[in-house]
Write a protein that binds this ligand. Structure first.
Ligand SMILES: *Cc1c(COP(=O)(O)O)cnc(C)c1O
Length: 217
């Protein structure tokens, strides 16, 4: 892993911004090394990887598309599901969380860039979606919003998406109160820009661990 880069991120990150170290494709040894260097929250996008690497000393966030048939398995292992992207998934989370008497913290994933290969609900649907979750699923706590920025080098376009997310986040806070407290956006390439636009949770993989050999998403 890149200790210098991690230190740089830790120093540049404002205190209110939570760093999620994205450890997909990394070994448990690499994760332990990052933990020793100060990372405490790890993001994974595959259930099998969370099951394989899970360590109760660390916090784990599910950040990738979650299939309904894997909810039961992953639920006890994670502190947050950042990728709630459909009502059918919410229904299954509710069902399984009720069984183990857990209130599951989730973020609603918004496909802000409207790229067809990305998961997430639309910006227009977001308020109603949160409203339904709050009314119908007592074992789910919607704590905020998550997005993946557009896949482009066009800074203006990235900023426009981040700004739209920030507006949506503030709107959700206004309507649903302080339970909405996380805006998860920004990855290795764009996290500083995301923080400038109100992100308080950044998900950084390659800048901490080095380039991935293969990409799973
Ligand atoms: C892989 C991934 C990241 C981290 O990406 P990097 O470019 O390696 O920092 C963040 N969020 C999600 C949802 C991811 O799948």
């Amino acid at each position: 892993m890149n200790h210098e880069k991690l230190k740089e991120i830790q120093e540049a990150r404002p205190a209110h911004v939570t760093l999620v170290a994205v450890s997909k494709t990394r070994t448990k040894e690499e994760i332990d090394e990052a933990y020793a260097a100060g990372c405490t929250v790890f993001g994974e996008n595959k259930v099998q990887e969370i099951v394989r690497k899970h360590d109760p000393r660390y916090h784990w966030h599910m950040i990738g598309h979650l299939q309904r048939n894997k909810v039961r398995q992953v639920l006890p292992l994670v502190d947050m599901i950042q990728s709630l992207d459909s009502l059918s998934l919410a229904k299954e989370i509710e069902k399984q969380a009720a069984k183990i008497d857990k209130k599951m913290a989730v973020l609603v994933e918004v496909n802000i860039s409207q790229e067809t290969n990305k998961s997430g609900i639309t910006a227009e649907e977001t308020m109603d979606f949160i409203d339904i979750c709050r009314r119908e699923f007592p074992h789910i706590e919607v704590q905020g919003l998550m997005c993946v920025g557009p896949n482009t080098g066009d800074t203006k376009r990235i900023e426009a998406c981040f700004e739209q997310m920030h507006q949506l986040y503030m709107q959700a806070q206004e309507r649903f109160g302080d339970s909405i407290r996380w805006l998860s956006m920004g990855m290795s390439a764009d996290w500083k820009l995301a923080v400038q636009h109100g992100s308080n949770m950044v998900r950084i993989g390659s800048d901490i661990f080095g380039p991935r050999q293969y990409d799973t998403q």
